[in-house]
Ligand binder design. Sequence first.
Ligand SMILES: *[C@@H]1O[C@H](CO)[C@@H](O)[C@H](O)[C@H]1NC(C)=O
Ligand SMILES: *[C@@H]1O[C@H](CO)[C@@H](O)[C@H](O)[C@H]1NC(C)=O
Length: 294
Amino acid sequence: MAPLVAFLLSLNLLELIHRASGVTIISSDKDVEVNEFDTATLPCDYVLERARDARLEWKRIAGEHISFVYFDGRIVENYRERATMQGQSIVLQRVTRADTATYRCEVTAKQDSKIFAEISFKLVVLVPPATPTCKVPSSAMSGSTVELVCKESEGSPPSVYTWYKDNVVLMDVSAKDSTANNVSYTLNRSAGTLRFNPVRKSNSGTYYCEAHNKVGRSERCSLKFMQISDLDVTAIVIAVVTITLVLLLCGLGLCYACRRGYLGKRRSAKSNAATRTNTPPAAEDFKHTKSFVI
Ligand SMILES: *[C@@H]1O[C@H](CO)[C@@H](O)[C@H](O)[C@H]1NC(C)=O
Ligand SMILES: *[C@@H]1O[C@H](CO)[C@@H](O)[C@H](O)[C@H]1NC(C)=O
């Protein structure tokens, strides 16, 4: 019995302290999670010191945007269909994903020593992730940096992502461990990125990803094949040598032609061609243009 009495006394004491310190909210501000189309109850119980009554307001805060839900003793227009006050709590019925926001209760008691108190709730309307889209390059050179991206935007709370290569899940490795474990990728599970730096030929394969949050797991995105090819040094050397040789031969040929005086003849041939292009277009050409215009 004694502990119970002590407990009750301490409760009384707590309330006395509250009363001495002006308006005080006694509800606790925890995050509220509800399934879509269910009911969310946000409690804002308070005690007053001297004041007989207090002004109560509920606001919705989404990023920069702040709007009233309960103001001047009534639920505002937009919410009248589905919000009610139960004492000092606000009850939102049939919540949708658009209701995910912060809701703040503000209590003002003019006659109290401390006249203002507030409490905020983060309301998360739970939505399972949609099928993500995955961006996978179809080919890349080994040694380059390649980033694969997985993304969906319905999941609430926000999804985390899992990547698979050839049907095997890619495990998390920190950047520090990645060299030690001879793994050439870094995963950011909240951003959905899979980064190869540098990418190797052995990273060629079939990739897909999945999104999940505490509500559920998505379908996987469609499989994509990524082909990593080595830079073929031999081929490049051969190409460079060939081009050099061709240029060299052309140069030599030109010099030879110069000396023999062929170039002069060619120039006169060229000027002949120029005068020919100045003549009006042949009938056939004309027909061509006409049909094009039509
Ligand atoms: C790392 O892996 C690559 C390809 O899988 C391999 O060629 C290389 O020898 C490995 N290096 C070490 C230190 O294990
Ligand atoms: C993962 O991506 C998010 C969002 O782009 C970023 O804020 C976070 O710092 C990244 N985490 C790591 C470990 O790189």
